[in-house]
Design a protein around this ligand. Structure first.
Ligand code: ADP
Length: 646
């Protein structure tokens, strides 16, 4: 029988599972039971929608059995089963996780546990406790059955077998006990009972086990004898149907982790009932951490949909708005048609009403979190804030009203997040605009020359460090009637009447100088002018009408946008000594002015983090200046070389 090899990622993952030192190995049972439960859901749903395949609820169950002698645990289900092809593709590769990030993560192999957790690698977790895994399976509606066997890294085999009934039986041959680890513990009744209670209590199908009961000995009443009896280990009440006040945090956490394959507790649980046009129960979770692939295309969003406790479909996208695509969870409604399909979902009126209601509830929950649990919210925002911003941008501002109060920014005021509302509340009396500055990091922004004047006026400046930030506020236009204004925008005007007059006078007086500089720089700038925003630095470049400097940076990363440039204006600080120097050069040697203009313009670009056209020419000019620069003559009294001490 030919052995087949696992796909490369699967093999590496298996290796990790086999050699795992993860202390939480016991979750293998949860993962396998959860797979069984999904398979039962699929079979039951098929029966409901296709009467010819009708299955009675009583025939749907999971059974766990242990055999101490053979050191095996079996998990049997009467679910949908797998055909040969499914068996091959589902268990021969990592179904969900063949993504690029996953491969990268495996490659780096930094924190193994994290990887295991973030990708929810389900079935393979069996190899944390088993040295050999056998999967017998027969798909519902077929006579053919197959056996998949693997002892780990060296591959797997698939053979045809006989199997009485549809469903899947997984047999784990446990690893040998060592001094440190007692795998044999998983063969104990009490252990299985404990694990099912802990992780799988709410599975809506019975998880049965033959347990040993002591009963009075019929021949001698003073004694007891042991008898095997079948018992259902789980309570089967869906957690979301239980009274909220009776549910402990721990129960929510275990349910979340078990159902949505996360290793970490959720950051927030939103559990509620709605009675009305559409009546439903929702149990929604905000994950504790953004999944690896959250910002990639292969991230699947959506929530689970149930109708009267019956699972209908997973990842129902139409129930979740894009802006909240990080939310996991489920909705159970009494008003939905069981035959609803993904296609119908999009048009169904009830579904639309449901989605709208869910949207509102999540918004409210986030607003409450921001108000009452600031720290938790900030953690949430670190993970998912970018998604909120993208939504405002992508909806051309349509999501503005809903999301603007959920945004957080760093600012010049203190080393903390600020909301737009808080910003506006602490604006100074004469302040009419919301100021912001862009850069890749806070440190970069704080070095920008253009910041100082705005700061000196006592105005707070929002720091935009995400590439999308400025695009977002262009969509928002304003907040609470206050327009956003970049400190690097030509239109920024902070001068008093007096200052304005002085600037105009200086501009008038140096008109020819400024014009000559503009001519020297040519098309690169639309204007060279006297600055009102610089205090210590000699020059800066600001954007005129249209695209901002920051947008040019972002857009230029895409080759499609090559050549899209901001209209740049070079501003000169009239109180900087360089300005006097320029005047002198212009009056005595106007031809040399072009060199000065070039150097200053390149400097201004560099400070903004923009590339300069000809770095070699720039370097040459600076070197020339250094050569020309006056250096004090060495004092002849001082010996040039160190004296040699005899
Ligand atoms: P996940 O469950 O996260 O998709 P797994 O590695 O746990 O990933 O399982 C891979 C796939 O194998 C499942 O998606 C499912 O299609 C199939 N599978 C696993 N266990 C069973 C089972 N007991 N019955 C039917 N199909 C199963």
């Amino acid at each position: 029988m030919a052995k087949k090899q696992f796909k490369a990622e699967s093999r590496r993952l298996l290796e990790m599972m086999i050699n795992s030192i993860y202390t939480n190995r016991e979750i293998f049972l949860r993962e396998l039971i959860s797979n069984a439960s999904d398979a039962l859901d699929k079979r039951y749903y098929e029966g409901l929608t296709d009467k010819s395949k009708n299955v009675a609820k009583k025939d749907l169950w999971i059974r766990v059995n242990t055999d101490k002698e053979a050191r095996t645990i079996t998990i049997e289900d009467t679910g949908i089963g797998m055909n040969e092809k499914e068996l091959e593709s589902n268990l021969g590769t990592i179904a969900r996780s063949g993504s690029a990030e996953f491969r990268d993560a495996l490659e780096k192999n930094t924190s193994k546990i994290d990887i295991i957790g973030q990708f929810g690698v389900g079935f393979y977790s069996a190899f944390m406790v088993a040295k050999k895994v056998t999967v017998d399976t027969r798909p519902a509606g077929s006579e053919e059955a197959f056996r998949w066997v693997s002892s780990g890294e060296d591959g797997y085999t698939i053979t045809s077998i006989e199997k009485d009934a549809p469903g899947t039986t997984i047999t784990l041959e446990l690893k040998d006990d060592t001094d440190e680890e007692k795998f044999g513990e998983f063969l104990e009744e009490w252990k299985i009972r404990e694990l099912v209670r802990k992780y799988s209590d709410y599975v809506r199908y019975p998880i049965k086990m033959d347990v040993t009961k002591s009963i009075p000995d019929p021949t001698d009443e003073s004694k007891t004898i042991d008898r095997k009896e079948e018992e259902t280990l789980n309570s089967m009440v869906p957690l979301w149907k239980k009274n909220k006040s009776k549910i402990k945090d721990e129960e929510y956490n275990e349910f979340y982790k078990g159902t949505f394959s996360d290793w970490e507790d959720p950051r927030k649980v939103i559990h509620y009932n709605v009675e009305g046009n559409v009546s439903y129960t929702a149990m929604l979770f905000i994950p504790g951490k953004a999944p690896f692939n959250f910002y990639n295309n292969d991230y699947e969003s959506g929530i689970r949909l149930y109708s009267k406790g019956v699972f209908i479909l997973d990842n129902a996208k139409d129930l979740l708005p894009e802006c909240y695509r990080f939310v996991k969870g489920l909705v159970d409604s009494d008003d939905l048609n069981l035959n609803i399909s993904r296609e119908i979902l999009q048009q169904d009126r009830q579904v639309k009403a449901l989605a709208k209601s869910i949207d509102k509830k999540i918004t409210k929950a986030l607003e409450d979190m921001l108000e009452k649990e600031r720290e938790t919210y900030e953690g949430f925002f670190d993970d998912f804030g970018l998604n909120l911003k993208y939504s405002i941008y992508k909806t051309y501002g349509a999501d503005k009203e809903k999301l603007q109060n959920l945004l957080l920014y760093r600012s010049s005021k203190e080393d903390k997040y600020v909301t737009l509302k808080e910003y506006v509340e602490r604006m100074t009396e004469d302040q009419k605009e919301i100021y912001y500055a862009c850069g890749s990091t806070i440190e970069d922004i704080e070095k920008l020359p253009v910041l100082s004047k705005v700061r000196s006026k006592g105005y707070e400046i929002l720091y935009f460090t995400d590439a999308v930030d400025e695009f977002v506020i262009r969509m928002m236009m304003d907040y609470d009637g206050k327009p956003f204004r970049s400190v690097s925008e030509a239109g920024l005007d902070l001068d008093s009447e007096e200052e304005k007059k002085a600037r105009e006078a200086a501009a008038e007086e140096n008109k020819e100088l400024l014009e000559a500089m503009k001519n020297a720089l040519g098309e690169q700038v639309t204007e060279v002018r006297i600055s009102s925003r610089l205090t210590e630095d000699p020059v800066c470049v600001v954007a005129g009408e249209g695209m901002s400097i920051e947008m040019e940076k972002v857009l230029s990363q895409d080759p499609m946008n090559k050549g899209m440039k901001a209209n740049k204006i070079l501003e000169i600080n009239p109180s900087h000594p360089i300005f006097d120097k320029l005047k002198t050069v212009f009056s005595r040697n106007p031809d040399a002015l072009a060199e000065y203009a070039d150097i200053l313009y390149d400097q201004a670009l560099l400070i903004e983090g923009l590339p300069i056209d000809d770095p070699a020419a720039y370097a040459r000019r600076i070197a020339d200046l250094m050569v020309q620069a006056a250096v004090p003559e060495a004092d002849p009294a001082e010996p040039v070389e160190a004296e040699v001490v005899e």
